[in-house]
Design a protein around this ligand. Sequence first.
Ligand code: ADP
Length: 422
Amino acid sequence: MNRLLHNVGALAALSITLSVIWTPWIAVVTLCVLCVWLTRQVTQRDEAAQQLLREPTAVPRPFAEVMATVRSTLKESAQHLKDRDAEIAQRKQITNAVPDGLFLLDAGGRIVWCNQAALVMHSLDAFRDMGKPIAQLVRAPEFAAYLEDDSLPEPVITLGGRTLLFHLERSDGNGNSGARLLLTRDVTEREKLDRMRRDFVANVSHELRTPLTVVGGFVETLTDLPLEEPERTRYLHLIATQTGNMQRLVEDLLTLARMENDQLPPETSLTDVSQIARDVLADAEALSSGAHTFVASIEPAQVLGSAFELRSALGNLLSNAVRYTPAGGRITLTVKGGETVIVEVNDSGAGIAAEHIPRLTERFYRIDRSRSRETGGTGLGLAIVKHVAQRHRAKFEIESIVQGSSNEPHGSTFRLRIPGVP
Ligand code: ADP
């Protein structure tokens, strides 16, 4: 640039000198020639500079090497930043996909960071609650104690209707900073299943203990006392009844267990529901021993499914109708064929109050425990029917009208709607 200014200055001086020495027009021509030459010089230099930027090799050697190093360092650090961003985004995605709540706590137990699940699980606000002590948000003495001493057993606390398990982990390698990672896991379903399993074991034990005590007592009496023949026969009959109850309970338990463990759908063989209905009706009539009036309307009906399971379901419905309908009552069995096979068992019993109906298919749920036991019930019949229905993609419906003071019709209806084979 300096050289250019220098040249322009020299040009001006020369033109003044020439205009003095020669005639002015010669000075003008000389000046024009010099201007053209100068413009070409500048353009050429500009092009050379552009070329230099495009092709670094055009730059003198040591300078080109420095530029190449700078360029590759810049490229590397840009890529590094990009990778870091991608890594951070990925980690954020992973921590947010974790179903457990994760908190990073500082040495004072204040929240430094938490994932999405933690916000939802504890109904926190990402801005309002950051930096707050976790003990202020999880208010439970067991948790406060665990926060103080993480060698204590992990607390399981019910908060807002959910059961949560808490676990603390030191988050730094040497443990100097005191930062800790707190994991909270929703164990509501696990706890529910555990409770159900415990209740089930307790129920089965209880169901078996009663008949076993009776049998044990009679065996002892028969062994120790010289009894008259009629009394001996009566006691032996009672032992046989209790043994029968235990056998039925074990059979029902095995049926339920088999259906629960069998992941496969029931056999897909063509099953004649009308034949099953006629068979179980004959069993029910035998059980009733003439105490009830039976009305049957059985159309030809076929479904794809397990004959064993369907027999068990229908058998339970009919035996319940006999056992819970007072003598003199009426029991109706209806089977309708078609695209949907309908099997309906209706009785004229005392009926079931509405609040019991949703719970009837729970294992061991009984309205009248002693009546169920007296009549040899296991408390598992309707649970079996529910399972059979589920495995056959059938609907199981229960309707009932409780007996009132008037002479209105009353009783219960148990209905299965099974996809049929027309
Ligand atoms: P259980 O072996 O006690 O009969 P279920 O599971 O078959 O067990 O039935 C559960 C409960 O439902 C019975 O204890 C009884 O209280 C009630 N129940 C079932 N069927 C009838 C019915 N037809 N009429 C009135 N109550 C019934």
